[in-house]
Design a protein around this ligand. Sequence first.
Ligand SMILES: C[S@@+](CC[C@H](N)C(=O)[O-])C[C@H]1O[C@@H](n2cnc3c(N)ncnc32)[C@H](O)[C@@H]1O
Length: 193
Amino acid sequence: MELNAQYWDKRYVEKTWGWDIGYPSPPLIDYASLYDTDARILIPGCGHAYEGEWLWKKGYSNLILMDMSETAKSNFLARVPDFPADQFLIGDFFKHEGEYDVILEQTFYCALNPDMRDDYANHMLNLLRPGGRLAGVLFDFPLTEKGPPFGGSAEEYQARFEGKFQIIKIQPCYNSIEPRAGKEFFFEVKKPD
Ligand SMILES: C[S@@+](CC[C@H](N)C(=O)[O-])C[C@H]1O[C@@H](n2cnc3c(N)ncnc32)[C@H](O)[C@@H]1O
């Protein structure tokens, strides 16, 4: 099965969006709110982007949302009509160009074919300014053939990012939503200055 734009858009059209929590994710917004409102923030694979809505309403105007699904975008814009449509990009993350202070991760890494994981880390480096950070949540369950979501471990994440990034933290997430409590890590990695 190819995890392409058609696959993901169909999930939104059919409303088979089990990953969608329906409100801003506490670990992401608690972290993002540490930044000034002029920070350049990217949320790739943002889906319905409840965190994007929250940040936008708090005044974070240099915010770019990105997804492959037109339906996710139109659902988002119907909910947040004052968000600039040209700041919700439709396209492939791996082809996106830009420079960000921070990139937020939630259920994007686990949605990708696992053989894309090194490309993910390398492209995050391309998109961050020197000293910029990638942060968010990553699942803690074994990686198998089955997915998405595809699993991972602290050891895998550590090995994936070290050597490229400075690892600030990969630790059990203390403010997960209840259904994900004990099943995810919070991580923050920094592109070298
Ligand atoms: C599991 S969903 C997570 C959505 C959102 N992060 C959330 O937590 O609700 C994965 C999302 O990544 C998007 N996606 C998958 N591959 C992508 C790619 N290469 N470029 C951009 N978006 C992608 C999908 O369309 C989907 O909305």
